[in-house]
Write a protein that binds this ligand. Sequence first.
Ligand SMILES: [Zn+2]
Length: 365
Amino acid sequence: MSEDLSRYHRQMILPGIGEDGQQRLLGSTACVIGCGALGSVIADLLARAGVGHLVIVDRDFIEMTNLQRQTLFDERDVAEAVPKAEAARRRLGKINSDVRVTAIVDDLNRTNIERYASGADVIVDGLDNFEGRYLVNDFCVKHGIAYVYGGAVGTVGAAFAILPHTPGGDAPWETLPDGSRASPCLRCLFEEEPAPGTMPTCDTAGILASAAVTVASFEVAETLKVLTGNYAQVSPTLLNVDLWNSSMSELRVAGAYEHGDCPCCKHGRFEYLEGSRGTGAATLCGRDAVQLTHRQRATALDLPAIAERLRPHGEVRTNRFMLRASLTDNGKPYTLSLFPDGRAIVHGTDEAAVARGVYAKFIGA
Ligand SMILES: [Zn+2]
């Protein structure tokens, strides 16, 4: 690594960064989970800012429809079917050779998150589903790691930097002399996952690239504050933006910890990390199919409403007992069978990660 910091001059003259802050960035590790519309902007800007080690986790390959918004990738990556994490690593190496990039092509789940994210100073959200976010949230609260949440779909987006209350109460933002800067966690804000099929996804509702870039940009600013120890500058409000309707709002959420009864950061129950909540995935032997079971779903899904949303994307049939849709992802055909209790079977693969990807793209949550 070069000791010459001159390339960071315009960043170092900012208040709150300076040479000390730059050295801290160069000595930091940021883990970017998901490298799509949000993650590619986040990884790009963090590499340019000189965050010394970037860990990029993504399970997907690059498709032509990604290029409208996923700014790290190009047509050659599509032609060569390069995984996103690996394409990002190659591109970021050309942008800033000071930065070490670890590319992990895998589906993040509770069995591997410790392996991939341990050692990170911050986890930055480029995910497309709430289950993954709750898993990251559990991990970050348990280990006292900052988690910068962000999401975008359609023309809207939201972001919030979480400095969690930890079981030991000894994270650096909890021991500041001017009082605790800890914030509510994601489950303080949204205690339950949205029901499958009730939230739009980028594949069913589209996405305005600039909405994603706005959210990603906010996430990067919060990440740089965290990594340089500027905890007092971290925004205490949940940002909501709608780029098409030109609106931006900041929701005060500081009371969500005190007034709520969060199972995660208040009671130390890490249900997604422990597996008592979330998608159980099981390969159905000999059937080229994977079953995904959403546990603890008490209310039945609205299958006709979900069918309406899926209809533009393939043939969909429903009856009282199930919905069946023929869908295409990464150029490959899949049949998705969805049941009112949230259980799903994805035909056309025997890989849990692929099945989870198809489910996240078309059903969401
Ligand atoms: Zn909480």
